[in-house]
Design a binder for this molecule. Structure first.
Ligand SMILES: [Zn+2]
Length: 175
C-alpha cells in the first residue's frame, strides 16, 4: 500500500514537472488552447497583449487600435480589446450559442456574424471596451481609420482607409 502510494507520488512529480516546464516557457505555448482559438478573458486584454486574438489581427488594424489607445489614455480611458481575431471554429461556437439564445439562425445573425462572413475570422475586426472606451472610439475612431460598422455594436470596429466611415448598418445580419 505504502509502496503504491509512493509510486503515485513519483508519477505526480513527473506530471507536475512537465507542467512546470511549460510554465517556464521551455515549450513555447504561453497561452491555453482556448486562447489559441481567439478567446479572451472577461474584460478583455491590453492592446499590447501577445494573445493570438490580438497578434493575429491584421497588422494595419492593430497599429490603428494601438495609436487610438495611446491618445485615449490622455483622456484617462484605457481601451481594452475584448475580442479580436477568432478561429473559424470559435466563431461557429459563438454563432451556435446565439442560435440557441435567439431561437433561429436569422435572429442570431443580427448579433453574431456567421463564420463565413465574420471579419473577426479574417483578423479585420476588433471589439473594444469597456463602454466608455467604446464610446470614445465611436466619436474619435475615424481619426485612426477605425469605423463602427453596426448600429447595435458600439464596440465593433473595422479599418476603413481614409477614415471616411460609411453609414452604419443596422446589425450584422445586413452582411
Ligand atoms: Zn465584433
Amino acid at each position: 500500500m505504502l509502496r503504491s502510494f509512493a509510486s503515485v507520488l513519483a508519477v505526480s512529480a513527473v506530471l507536475i514537472g512537465g507542467v512546470a516546464c511549460r510554465a517556464d516557457g521551455l515549450i513555447p505555448r504561453p497561452f491555453s488552447d482556448a486562447s489559441e482559438s481567439g478567446e479572451l478573458p472577461d474584460g478583455g486584454v491590453s492592446v499590447d497583449s501577445t494573445s493570438p486574438a490580438v497578434t493575429r489581427l491584421r497588422p494595419e488594424l492593430l497599429r490603428a487600435v494601438r495609436a487610438a489607445a495611446v491618445d485615449a489614455l490622455a483622456d484617462d480611458l484605457d481601451i481594452r480589446i475584448t475580442s479580436g481575431w477568432r478561429s473559424r471554429s470559435f466563431q461557429q461556437t459563438l454563432f451556435d450559442d446565439a442560435v440557441r439564445t435567439y431561437g433561429s439562425e436569422r435572429e442570431a445573425a443580427r448579433y453574431v456574424a456567421a463564420p463565413g462572413v465574420s471579419k473577426h475570422v479574417t483578423g479585420e475586426a476588433v471589439d473594444v471596451g469597456p463602454t466608455d472606451a467604446a464610446d470614445w472610439m465611436s466619436r474619435n475612431g475615424s481619426r485612426y481609420d477605425l469605423c463602427q460598422v453596426f448600429a447595435n455594436e458600439l464596440w465593433h470596429y473595422e479599418l476603413v482607409p481614409g477614415g471616411d466611415c460609411p453609414d452604419l448598418l443596422p446589425d450584422a445580419s445586413s452582411l
